[in-house]
Design a protein around this ligand. Structure first.
Ligand code: NAP
Length: 642
């Protein structure tokens, strides 16, 4: 069978090929030529990228060099086509490392190469898939319940299905996607490049935008679900109320309630929570909010029946969601008032709203490994570099402004980007430059849409605190009254309340969220002592603020979880749970690490990463390569088996 990443054979004309090459990433193209021709000398000459930075996919090559590369490419591609587009010969490991280093203009350390090889799947093999072993009857007797059918729950279903393990996914919504089902607000789009933000084993040659909008993302997950036959295993519109462990039978009883109120109990040998961290809206308590007479709703519960045309809209909150909503609705509404408590750091990304041109779509579909190298190209700048940049230098003066020299440099760069857009509006400029260290909260991708929306005549940014809400207005603490017909809460999620509102009861009737209090902890973010055969995806300590993507983390977690379940089945064990000391040690080390990172900076007071004590238990302070290594396979010495 042809390697799925070797591209579909084609008979495209020379003229069409030449036209397609006008669109593509030239450094990525040159690597594809190496595969097509088998000639590594293509990348050993003068034509090469000059540097790499976030969102720069042309390697800063000059127009002359790009033209020369296109002319060379036309020759190589024509020859490849005329030879019938044969599947390229495999490339040696040494050459692959050379190609990686060449593309990103820096040494790619050896410890990253196996991770990247897996991510890119150049051999066409899905190395994160766990093959079934042992007696099929033992597998059939090991039912698993997965809670949630977002990106991680769907992945869990795919991996369990491949491993021949019976499973049921219980999903509170009526369809697949989780975040990408619920967040249908105007302008909702992903801010991790889609050619990386998709499963490593599901090709990425179809995205119509570099940062797809919610409907396309939801369709992607629907398509993957259909392809892998997962839907028959899902109970839609059914909420998990809780799950209780029974020692005598070594099973979990998972209580569910369907949309019609019918309650049921599913008995499982293992439970996988895939509920995410951002699905319970945070609705602020503001005096008088219940007296507002017009429509009011949270960004994740957008009321599409409300026509905003010509209306006076008040939007409270301007984080990642509000940042996308305002530019999208501003042209339509009569007036928009944005209440922003804290300004956001943002960095330039001209591709943020860009569509993927036909030439790139052609290259992704037909040129061998073009899509795989492009995936690597956009993954690499966010692979652990953000973590190093987030490290606090304790000797750096004025930590309220910046936590290190690198952080000060970032601050300057981001500030220049912001001020360059509002040069003519000093009043707005004074409101939109954040007063805390750069990257200290979630940093946003920006193509200028946010500030140009704020500069519109029908938009006002208010930085004064809200005092109360009246029937038809929001009133700030200075007594100013802002009339409103519609109220939008873009106020984020209760992310620190991990697993809320689920009641998960482990050994001896211990309730997991009571045990945690405000300090949720799990070994590798996945398992908890006293909660046998209970596994979490996107659990505590695994959210990412420094780069990568949650899909990458989910793939790491699900391989680990599948292997845990394998070790239970094949080893004939009834239970497994992590050693208490392993979990405690992990949590302590994570906390120590987190304390030295910018997100913990005490001057950042309002951050959804922090609990009421200012501690961060939901984010990962670890390098992607470390988490990948630690989750590659479970170490039996970390567990107690029963
Ligand atoms: P968020 O980043 O937590 O932002 C919430 C906003 O509401 C902030 O501006 C916050 O102000 C404000 N707020 C909260 N409580 C308030 C109160 N009582 N009074 C006034 N303002 C209040 O939430 P989000 O925008 O929904 O985004 C959450 C996360 O979802 C993101 O970090 C990201 O991980 C994800 N997300 C991603 C995308 C994407 O991929 N493009 C899009 C949307 C969301 P303060 O800043 O002062 O707290």
């Amino acid at each position: 069978m042809r390697n799925p990443h070797a591209g579909e054979p084609f008979d495209t004309t020379d003229e069409e090929i030449a036209a397609a090459l006008l669109d593509v990433s030239i450094p990525t193209l040159l690597l594809s030529l190496v595969h097509m021709s088998g000639d590594p000398e293509i990348i050993r000459g003068r034509l090469r990228p000059a540097g790499l930075f976030l969102n720069e996919v042309q390697g800063y090559m000059t127009e002359e060099d790009k033209d020369e590369a296109r002319a060379l490419a036309l020759e190589v591609i024509r020859d490849y086509r005329d030879r019938g587009c044969p599947e390229p010969e495999p490339v040696s490991a040494e050459l692959l490392q050379e190609m990686m280093t060449w593309l990103v203009c820096e040494d790619v350390p050896a410890e990253y190469v196996p991770l990247l090889m897996e991510e890119m799947e150049l051999d066409g093999r899905d190395a994160r898939r766990v093959e079934p072993a042992g007696d099929p009857d033992d597998r059939a007797a090991f039912p698993v319940v997965v809670i949630g059918c977002g990106q991680s729950g769907l992945l869990a279903g795919i991996r369990l299905s491949e491993a021949g393990i019976p499973f049921t996914i219980v999903e509170k919504n009526a369809g697949v996607g989780g975040t990408w089902w619920e967040n249908s607000y105007p302008g909702a789009r992903v801010d991790v490049g889609n050619h990386f933000y998709c499963y490593s084993f599901e090709p990425s040659d179809h995205w119509t935008e570099y940062y797809a909008q919610q409907p396309e993302l939801q369709r992607y997950f629907q398509g993957v679900m259909d392809k892998h036959g997962i839907e028959p295993h899902v109970r839609w519109e059914t909420e998990v109320l809780g799950a209780a462990w029974d020692d005598a039978s070594s099973t979990w009883s998972v209580r569910t309630r369907a949309a019609d109120g019918t309650e049921d109990v599913l008995v499982a040998r293992a439970v996988i929570s895939a509920v995410g961290q951002l699905n319970r809206p945070n609705l602020p308590v503001i005096e008088g909010a219940d007296t507002f007479v017009g429509p009011s709703f949270h960004s994740a519960r957008w009321d599409h029946d409300v026509d905003l045309a010509g209306k006076q809209v008040a939007m409270i909150g301007a984080g990642a969601s509000g940042f996308q909503i305002a530019p999208t609705i501003a042209p339509e509404v009569g007036h928009l008032t944005v209440f922003q408590r804290t300004a956001q750091w943002m960095f330039p990304n001209p591709n943020y709203h860009a569509t993927v041109g036909p030439g790139v779509l052609w290259a992704l579909r037909h040129l061998p490994f073009y899509g795989r190298w492009y995936r690597f190209l956009i993954f690499w700048p966010g692979c652990d570099k953000g973590l190093e940049a987030a490290r606090v230098d304790p000797d750096y003066p004025d930590q309220h402004r910046a936590v290190s020299e690198t952080n000060e440099f970032t601050r300057q760069m981001f500030t220049d980007w912001i001020l360059s857009q509002v040069a003519d509006d000093p009043e707005l400029a004074a409101k939109v430059v954040p007063d805390y260290p750069a990257t200290g909260k979630r940093t946003l991708q920006d193509n200028g849409a946010w500030l140009s929306a704020l500069m519109r005549d029908n938009v006002e940014l208010v930085r004064t605190g809200i005092d109360h809400i009246e029937a038809d207005a929001v009133v700030t603490v200075d007594g100013e009254r802002y009339p409103a017909d519609v109220l939008v809460y873009a106020t984020g999620f209760r992310a620190t309340e991990v697993l809320a509102p689920l009641g998960i009861t482990g050994r001896d009737g211990v309730d997991l969220r009571t045990l945690w209090g405000e300090r949720p902890a799990a070994y590798l973010g996945i398992t908890v002592p006293g909660f046998p055969n209970f596994f979490m995806m996107y659990g505590p300590g695994t959210n990412l603020a420094h780069g990568g993507s949650l899909i990458f983390h989910s793939e790491c977690q699900m391989r680990y979880i599948t292997e845990c379940i394998e070790s239970l089945i094949v080893g004939g064990h009834r239970t497994m749970e992590p050693l208490q000391e392993r979990c405690d040690d992990w949590h302590q080390r994570s906390q120590a690490e987190m304390a030295g990172l910018v997100w913990s900076q005490p001057s950042i007071t309002s951050s959804f990463f922090k609990n009421s004590a200012g501690e961060i238990h939901i984010l990962s302070p670890w390098r992607l390569v470390d988490y990948w290594t630690w989750t590659k396979e479970p170490d039996p010495a970390d567990f107690v088996f029963g």
